[in-house]
Design a binder for this molecule. Sequence first.
Ligand code: FES
Length: 137
Amino acid sequence: MKRPEDAPDAAAGPEKTGIGEARVGAGRVLCRLDDIEDGQGKGFTLGRGPEAREIFVVREGARVFGYVNSCPHLGTPLDWQSDRFILDDSGLIMCATHGALFQIADGFCVDGPCVGQNLEPAPVVIDGDGRVRLVED
Ligand code: FES
């Protein structure tokens, strides 16, 4: 897991939204868009110790979608290797534990033991400088 860049920044430009709506210029920088291979994901650890929270971001072209890295079935992380969240050529997020499949754009489970449930969103945006930002309340 990668720790996000420590760069609170109020000077971001226009943003493209992933899931959820975002405030322009808001949010912690996670990485650059180019750091995520198109069609793949990247995991991040937010915070430290018992307060740490795992999230991941999936890239589809110039769009990004963020989720908490916890399967709605049993709460286990979804990645089976570091930054491996996508089932090859399927365009779906796959849980490593029992193989549940989730749509990238909305985190909806389309197959597996938690079908009909959703991943918890971790809304992200791309700022005008090509950085992926976590939108925090
Ligand atoms: S823990 Fe994810 S499908 Fe069972």
